[in-house]
Design a protein around this ligand. Structure first.
Ligand SMILES: [Zn+2]
Length: 416
């Protein structure tokens, strides 16, 4: 089985055919969830799946499962997938790659006559992007019990159309019940610049970053810029500026993919000859490890106290977002790494800074992801681009890793 490879041309041609649905002039796609374009993409995927002999089912939120039988029907299926919806000006590969790569794996198993022990599935999750309807990760969230079907069906887009109406309208409110997954693998473009920068083909995804966001208010006192001596000022902007630099220092000093960003700053009264009396700002901290993320936040609070004393201001830190880091299944991550190594692809461990369906699925099944590079690290952009060779490499890794999880019962003929 180690010599089995996917059909790179068929994968590329499928991606290009799919990208015609909702194609934009700049080479991207606009395929908002539960629109006519989304329906056409779903129909095409379902047709291809049936042509490959897969059994297609749709659940209540419109997730599509295409199943290839295994030798032991008692085993939970090993699934691969991602999403077919896009951002309003999205690219051809975000999401589509994971679904088409999963389909290509099953087509390749058909070609080689391989019988797996566990059944295998390709999944297309509904509304990953969260652009037309919130919340994001909607289909995988319902599947994993993060949201109820009733709750998400009632969500409205800007025109007042509900998820339920849109789903019924395109004919994708199905009756399939949630089922157990033995494992879940998601292939995806990196959507960041790390792999390309380092000349690596495969990212072995460890998990996603935890996030803690703060709204910050620094309070000092408005005063005249002329008569007020430096040592008697309560300058909120000086306090905020110190804090901005500390956020950057903290992120650089903590390991495990720490990120620290201040992206918002509002100065009051914002007048050139008034000492600023108040600054509203923000802190976005991310880290792969919960304990380290907590330590970054503790350090932020410590330095805020010190700045309060030194700058004679008050600093209020109000936490508004707290997402736990998601660690993917070590055994499945090991399958991905071993497959990349065995196939001779340059690879590195990586952590996803963005959310993916795999994060939701990881709540109910062992999950892992395979990243491939995208040009300039650009995604959520019409010019998003990836090479046929890199996409094929990621799909080969997906094939080998998923086969490890599913087990092989036999091959009709020796693998090519
Ligand atoms: Zn995506």
């Amino acid at each position: 089985m180690d010599s089995l490879r996917i059909n790179a041309d068929r994968l590329w041609n499928s991606l290009m055919e799919l990208a015609k649905i909702g194609a934009t002039p700049k080479g991207g796609v606009r395929r908002l969830t539960l629109t006519e374009e989304d329906r056409r993409a779903r129909d095409l995927f379902a047709r291809w799946a049936r042509e490959a002999g897969l059994a297609v089912e749709v659940d209540g939120i419109g997730n599509i499962f295409a199943r290839r039988a295994g030798a032991d029907p008692g085993l939970a299926p090993v699934a691969m997938g991602s999403h077919l919806d896009s951002q309003p000006s999205g690219g051809k590969f975000d999401g589509a790659y994971g679904v088409m790569a999963g389909l290509e794996v099953l087509r390749s198993l058909n070609d080689a006559g391989v019988r797996t022990r566990a059944p295998m599935e390709v999944v297309s999750w509904t509304n990953e992007e969260g652009s037309r309807f919130t919340p994001v990760l909607m289909g995988s969230g319902v599947f994993s019990g993060v949201f109820t079907l009733e709750h998400v069906r009632a969500q409205k887009d800007l025109d007042g159309v509900t998820v339920g109406e849109a789903l019924d309208g395109i004919g994708y409110a199905g009756g399939a019940r949630a089922h157990k997954l033995g494992a879940y693998f998601e292939a995806h473009i990196e959507q960041g610049p790390v792999l390309e920068n380092e000349g690596k083909t495969i990212g072995v995804v460890q998990g996603t970053l935890g996030q803690r966001w703060y709204d910050v208010t620094v309070t000092g006192q408005d005063a005249h810029a002329g008569p007020t001596p430096m040592e008697l000022r309560k300058d909120a902007l000086i306090g905020a500026s110190r804090l901005v630099l500390e956020v950057n220092r903290i992120a650089r000093e903590f390991p495990d993919y720490a990120r620290g960003t201040v992206g918002f700053l509002q100065v009051k009264p914002n007048s050139r000859n008034v000492i600023p009396g108040e600054v509203r700002t923000s802190v976005d901290f991310r880290n792969a490890k919960a304990a380290t993320l907590d330590a970054m936040c503790a350090e932020l609070k410590r330095v805020a106290k010190a700045i309060e004393a030194e700058c004679r201001v008050a600093i209020e830190l109000r936490e508004i977002v707290h997402f736990e880091a998601c660690a993917f299944d070590p055994a499945l991550v090991g399958h991905v790494r071993a497959a990349a190594a065995a196939l001779g692809h340059p690879h590195r461990d990586i952590v996803s800074g963005a959310g993916h369906d795999a994060v939701s699925v990881a709540r109910v099944a062992p999950a892992a992801m395979v990243f491939v590079p995208c040009a300039g690290g650009l995604s959520h952009n019409e010019i998003e681009s990836a090479t046929p060779a890199d996409l094929a490499a990621g799909c080969d890794v997906l094939l080998q890793a998923a086969l490890k999880a599913a087990g092989v019962a036999g091959a009709a003929r020796a693998a090519a």
